[in-house]
Design a protein around this ligand. Structure first.
Ligand SMILES: Cc1cc2nc3c(=O)[nH]c(=O)nc-3n(C[C@H](O)[C@H](O)[C@H](O)COP(=O)(O)O)c2cc1C
Length: 354
């Protein structure tokens, strides 16, 4: 099952293994993707689908140091190099558009972060001076919420211009779209808040507007139901996520990328409500082969693997052969140079490992 092909929109995927989005913080200044990033992604082109690291769609959407953006000509040119390298190596790549919302710091961006409401998340963020408390963000006005949706649309258009095969909207893990969904980060009184219908509106309108711009067959969305990430409260997840997925289902998006954070019952409910391709990522998975087989059996169309792809550029081959896997070096996950980035060995370099 893992190695059967799958048609995702107009893309023909050779296997069911997606590379999960992973921020690696190796961009040049001004959010410009580096040549090293092109090599890193091209090395992983045997994934059925690569989902890029989170990419901010506007200056206000940046959260972390050394992460890439997608709103300037220089950024588009950098991404062109990345997508060209992946395609030349026979792969397919979606851009994950990630607006970090309240998870940011003026020392990283020069301005206070923006959010649905002026509610700070408990916790710290890495800055040039080391970890610092997350600040109280600035509440977006209704007009600014609409402008933010336009920022997502522009980034999606630029992603296509830069050669990406599609985009994934980051609606998971406590960032802006997810903040709108939650009860404690979204205290808004306008049409983007209050009720479940209000709190899902930003996600739905963003997906709708992006799909109108580049076509639903090139738009996926990632959700982490009930995860409570980054200090969010999601105690109404059993009501909110079915409502959200039902609305998204009307938009003919190419996939829903569900993190397996919501438990069996909610996960099954979402599978039943989602008519299109479902990608599952299980953050509790330990053995990638076991995790992939389990979720494909369960009803996922694709399984996204993160750290296993990070440490094994030739992961599909290794899983097919049952070969040993490299372990990831957590000290080089974020920032740094080629070490722990583009120097993980492939099997071809170590035939004795087969
Ligand atoms: C270094 C690193 C960076 C990550 N960055 C992102 C990101 O930019 N966007 C995102 O949606 N998830 C991100 N994640 C979460 C992964 O996509 C994935 O959900 C998580 O690693 C669990 O899957 P795994 O056990 O297969 O690695 C990141 C994870 C890691 C380890």
């Amino acid at each position: 099952m893992m190695f059967t092909s799958f048609d995702l929109g107009s893309l023909h995927l050779p296997n069911r293994l997606a590379m999960a989005p992973m921020t690696r913080s190796r961009s040049y200044v001004a959010g410009i993707p580096s040549s090293l990033m092109a090599l890193y992604y091209a090395q992983r082109a045997s994934a059925g689908l690569i989902i890029s690291e989170g990419i901010y769609p506007s200056a206000a959407g940046k959260g972390y140091m050394n992460t890439p953006g997608l709103y300037t000509d220089e950024q588009v040119a950098g991404w062109h190099e990345v997508t060209g390298a992946v395609h030349a190596a026979g792969g397919r790549i979606f851009a994950q558009i990630m607006h970090a919302g309240r998870i940011g710091h003026p020392d990283n961006t020069g301005a206070l972060p923006v959010a649905p409401s002026a509610v700070r998340a408990a916790g710290q963020i890495f800055t040039p001076d080391g970890p610092q408390d997350l600040p109280v963000p600035v509440e977006l006005s209704t007009a600014e919420v609409e402008e933010t949706i336009r920022d997502f649309v522009r980034a999606a258009r630029l992603a296509i211009d830069a050669g990406f095969d599609g985009v994934e909207l980051h609606g998971a893990n406590g960032y802006l779209i997810h903040q709108f969904l939650s009860r404690n980060a979204n205290l808004r009184d306008d049409r983007y808040g209050r009720s479940v219908a209000g709190r899902i509106r930003f996600a739905v309108e963003t997906a709708e507007a992006v799909a109108a711009e580049i076509g639903g067959s090139r738009v996926g969305i990632r959700l982490s139901p009930a995860s409570g990430a980054q200090d969010l409260v999601e105690d109404d997840a059993h009501e909110l996520y079915p409502a959200l997925v039902s609305e998204l289902a009307k938009l003919d998006l190419v996939y829903l990328h569900m993190m397996a954070t919501g438990g069996d019952e909610l996960g099954r409910r979402i599978r039943d409500l989602w008519p299109g391709a479902l990608v599952v990522n299980d953050p509790m998975g330990t053995d990638p082969a076991v995790t992939a087989a389990k979720w494909l059996e369960w009803g996922a169309d694709l399984v996204a693997l993160g750290q296993a792809f990070l440490a094994n550029p030739d992961l599909p081959l290794r899983l097919r052969l049952g070969a040993p896997l490299n372990e990831g070096d957590v000290d080089t996950y974020y920032a740094g140079d080629h070490r722990g980035y583009t120097d993980y060995p492939t099997l071809a370099l170590h035939p004795a490992a087969v």
